[in-house]
Design a protein around this ligand. Structure first.
Ligand SMILES: [Zn+2]
Length: 404
C-alpha cells in the first residue's frame, strides 16, 4: 500500500475514534473497536497516542453489570482545545472563550451600533474584544486554536468573503483576513444562522440527528440545513435564506425590497414595524411611541393588548406555513426554532403549530418534531466556537474530492 494511503487510513481511523469518544462522553476501548470496526490493536495504538497528546484521558468507573468492578473508560479532555466565538449583530458584538465541550470560560458583550462602519473599525473592535476575553479566561493567545465569527448576510464560508451584510461596509481586505493577520490565529467566518446550526449539531438538540433544520428568529429570519450529518451550504457556500420565501403575494413590504416574505411578518424588526404602523393608524395607543422596542411590544402583547397579540398571531400563522413548506421539501427529523424571537412564546408558537398541522400532510409531519429552543445570550458565540471545532475535527474524508 502506498505511504500516502496508509497515512490517510491512519488519519481516518483517528478521526473516527475521536468522534466516537466525543459523541459517547465516556467509552471503553472494546466498545470503540466494536462501533468503528477498527481492530483492537489499532484502537490501542491510536488511543495511546491521543492520550500522550493530551486530547483524551483515561477514567475509571464502577460498572454494575460487572458486579461493581472498575472499568477503564476513555473521555475527551475538555481543555485540550480552546477557541473564541464572536457574533456581530446590529447593536452589539459578543465574544466567548470556550473549551471543547462548549463550556464558557469567559464572555463579553460590547454594545455598539455596528451598521455602516468601515470593516477596519469592526476588525479593531474584534481584536480588542478577543484580547480582553482571552485574558479574562486566564489564557494566552497562543493557547487559542481558532476564532469563529458569525455574522448575518451572504457569507462565503470557504473563501471568507462577505458578499453582503447589513452590518458594515465592505473593505479591500475581508474581515476574516484582517483578524487572522492581526492575531495570527486561524479564523473562520460564517453566516450566523449556520453557526447556530453547528452549535446545535455539536452540543444541542441536533446532536446525533442526521437530518434537521434550524430556523432562527431575531432581527431577520435565518436558517441552517443539515443533510446526512453535513451542513448544506449550496453552490455558492452561502447557505439557505428561508426568510425571503414569498408566502403572501403582494403582501407586506420586506426590507429586502420584495413583498410578502416570511421575514416581513415574523422577524423582530418587522413585528416592531407592524406595531408602529398600527399605532400610526390609531388602532392602539402608547405614551412614548419613539421609545418602543420589540421587548416592550412583546411584554404588552403578553399582558393582553389585543392589536399587538393579533400581530403575533398572524406572525405565527405565516411562520407555520413557512415551516410546512420546509417539511415538505426536506422531510427533516427535527426543526429547531431558536433566537431572541422565541421570547414571544405561546402567542407565536400556538398559531404556528396550528398552521403547520393544517398545511402539512400527515405522513410528512409525523416524522418531523418541532422543538422551540430556549435562547441564551451566549448561544451565538457558542455556535461560532463550534465553527472552529468543526474545522479542527473535520473528517479527512471531507478533504478528498472524487476524481471522476
Ligand atoms: Zn424579503
Amino acid at each position: 500500500m502506498a505511504v500516502a494511503n496508509r497515512e490517510l487510513i491512519r488519519e481516518i481511523n483517528q478521526f473516527s475514534i475521536l468522534n466516537t469518544i466525543r459523541t459517547s462522553n465516556a467509552i471503553s476501548r472494546v466498545e470503540i473497536a466494536r462501533i468503528t470496526g477498527i481492530s483492537r490493536a489499532s484502537v490501542t495504538g491510536i488511543t495511546a497516542r491521543l492520550i500522550s497528546e493530551n486530547l483524551i484521558f483515561e477514567k475509571e468507573i464502577q460498572d454494575s453489570s460487572l458486579r461493581g468492578r472498575r472499568r477503564v473508560m476513555l473521555a475527551l479532555n475538555p481543555d485540550a482545545v480552546y477557541v473564541v466565538g464572536v457574533k456581530i449583530s446590529a447593536f452589539k458584538v459578543s465574544f466567548a472563550v470556550t473549551n471543547m465541550e462548549a463550556g464558557i470560560l469567559s464572555s463579553l458583550a460590547i454594545p455598539i451600533q455596528t451598521g455602516k462602519r468601515p470593516v477596519e473599525y469592526i476588525a479593531n473592535l474584534i481584536e480588542d474584544g478577543i484580547r480582553h476575553c482571552v485574558e479574562e479566561a486566564q489564557l494566552q493567545l497562543k493557547q487559542i486554536s481558532g476564532i469563529g465569527i458569525g455574522i448575518p448576510g451572504f457569507i462565503d464560508s470557504r473563501s471568507g468573503i462577505c458578499h453582503w451584510t447589513p452590518l458594515y461596509q465592505k473593505g479591500e481586505i475581508p474581515l476574516r483576513d484582517l483578524i487572522q493577520e492581526r492575531l495570527k490565529i486561524s479564523t473562520y467566518i460564517e453566516n450566523d444562522a449556520n453557526t447556530i446550526t453547528l452549535g446545535e449539531q455539536w452540543f444541542g438538540q441536533g446532536k446525533g440527528i442526521d437530518n434537521f433544520i434550524v430556523v432562527t428568529i431575531e432581527h431577520g429570519i435565518g436558517m441552517g440545513i443539515v443533510i446526512n450529518s453535513q451542513m448544506y451550504r449550496g453552490v455558492k457556500s452561502i447557505g439557505a435564506e428561508c426568510g425571503h420565501m414569498v408566502l403572501i403575494p403582494e403582501g407586506t413590504l420586506c426590507r429586502c425590497g420584495k413583498k410578502g416574505c416570511l421575514e416581513a411578518y415574523v422577524s423582530d424588526v418587522s413585528i416592531l414595524e407592524l406595531a408602529r404602523q398600527a399605532h400610526a393608524d390609531q388602532k392602539w395607543h402608547a405614551d412614548n411611541i419613539e421609545q418602543l422596542t420589540i421587548e416592550k411590544v412583546t411584554a404588552l402583547a403578553q399582558k393582553g393588548q389585543p392589536v399587538l397579540r393579533s400581530i403575533f398571531k398572524k406572525a405565527g400563522e405565516i411562520l407555520g406555513i413557512g415551516l410546512s413548506n420546509l417539511i415538505h421539501i426536506f422531510n427533516p427529523e427535527r426543526i429547531i426554532i431558536t433566537g431572541e424571537g422565541v421570547r414571544a412564546g405561546d402567542m407565536l408558537f400556538v398559531p404556528m403549530r396550528e398552521a403547520v398541522n393544517r398545511h402539512s400532510h400527515h405522513e410528512m409531519l409525523s416524522s418531523a418534531k418541532i422543538l422551540i429552543q430556549k435562547w441564551d445570550d451566549t448561544d451565538w458565540a457558542r455556535g461560532a466556537a463550534s465553527l472552529v471545532l468543526q474545522e479542527l475535527y473535520k473528517s479527512p474524508l471531507n478533504r478528498i474530492k472524487p476524481t471522476i
